[in-house]
Design a binder for this molecule. Structure first.
Ligand code: ADP
Ligand code: 5GP
Length: 200
C-alpha cells in the first residue's frame, strides 16, 4: 500500500536540564524521517556546539531583522538571549511529509501551537524531581552556578504549564523515557487526518 501524509512538528518543551536535548538525540537515532529544527540564537556557542548543527548563532541585530521580515514561526527571550525557529523549513517539511523535532521553550511551544494548530504535537518532559533536575543542571557542566540557580528557580513555574501540552514524558530512566517518546511519535504518525493520498 502507498501512503502520503503531511509532516508533523513534534514540539518538545521542559524546564532546562530535564533532558530534552538527550531525548531528541535518542529519538532521532531510533526513528527514520525525523529531523531537528535548527533555531537561531543570540547566545554564544558552548564548547562542542557547531554552527548549523546545534544552532545558527547570530547577533541581536541580525535576529531582530529576521523578526521584522517575519522569517520566524516563533521567538522568545529565554534567560537573556533571543531564540527563534525559522518558519520556511517547517512549512516545507509539512508539505513534503517530513517530521521535525523542535526543542524549544514553553512560550515558543504555545506560539507554534497557535501558528500550526493541526500539525504541531506538543510534548512536555518532566524531570523525576526538582532535586534530580538541579543535579542534572550541575553535572551537565555547561553553565556557571549563577545560571544554574536561575534556571532551577524558574523550573517550578514552568512545570505548572504542562496542561498546555498534548502529551507528557517523565525522563527518569532514560531508556524508558525514549521508548515513551518514540511511542508518541509513532502513534501520531498513524492519525488518519494526516493522510493525503492512499493507493491500494
Ligand atoms: P535539556 O536539553 O532539557 O536542557 P539535557 O538533555 O542537556 O537537558 O540534559 C541535562 C543533563 O542531564 C545532561 O548532562 C544529560 O546527559 C543528563 N540526562 C538527561 N537525561 C537523563 C536521564 N534520563 N538520566 C540521567 N541523566 C540524564
Ligand atoms: P539552551 O541555551 O540551553 O540551548 O536553551 C535554552 C532554552 O531555549 C531551552 O529551553 C530551549 O528549549 C530553548 N530554545 C531553543 N531554541 C529555541 C527556539 O527556537 N525558540 C524558543 N522559544 N526557545 C528555544
Amino acid at each position: 500500500m502507498k501512503i502520503k501524509r503531511k509532516g508533523i512538528l513534534f514540539v518538545i518543551s521542559a524546564p532546562s536540564g530535564a533532558g530534552k536535548t538527550t531525548l531528541c538525540r535518542e529519538a532521532m537515532k531510533r526513528l527514520d524521517n525525523l529531523e531537528f529544527s535548527i533555531s537561531y540564537t543570540t547566545r554564544p556557542p558552548r564548547p562542542g556546539e557547531e554552527e548549523g548543527r546545534d544552532y545558527h548563532f547570530v547577533d541581536e541585530e541580525t535576529f531582530l531583522k529576521m523578526v521584522e521580515r517575519g522569517d520566524l514561526a516563533e521567538w522568545a527571550r529565554v534567560y537573556n538571549h533571543l531564540y527563534g525557529t525559522p518558519k520556511a523549513p517547517l512549512i516545507k517539511a509539512i508539505e513534503e511529509g517530513r517530521d521535525i523535532l523542535l526543542d524549544i521553550d514553553i512560550q515558543g511551544a504555545s506560539q507554534i501551537k497557535a501558528v500550526f494548530p493541526d500539525d504541531a504535537v506538543p510534548i512536555f518532559v518532566f524531570p523525576p524531581s526538582m532535586d534530580v533536575l538541579k543535579e542534572r543542571l550541575s553535572t551537565r557542566g555547561t553553565d556557571p552556578p549563577q545560571v544554574i540557580r536561575e534556571r532551577w528557580a524558574k523550573a517550578e513555574e514552568e512545570m505548572a504549564m504542562y496542561p498546555l501540552f498534548r502529551y507528557f514524558v517523565v525522563n527518569d530512566e532514560l531508556e524508558e523515557a525514549v521508548e515513551d517518546l518514540t511511542a508518541i511519535i509513532k502513534a501520531e504518525r498513524h492519525r488518519v487526518n494526516r493522510l493525503r493520498e492512499t493507493q491500494w
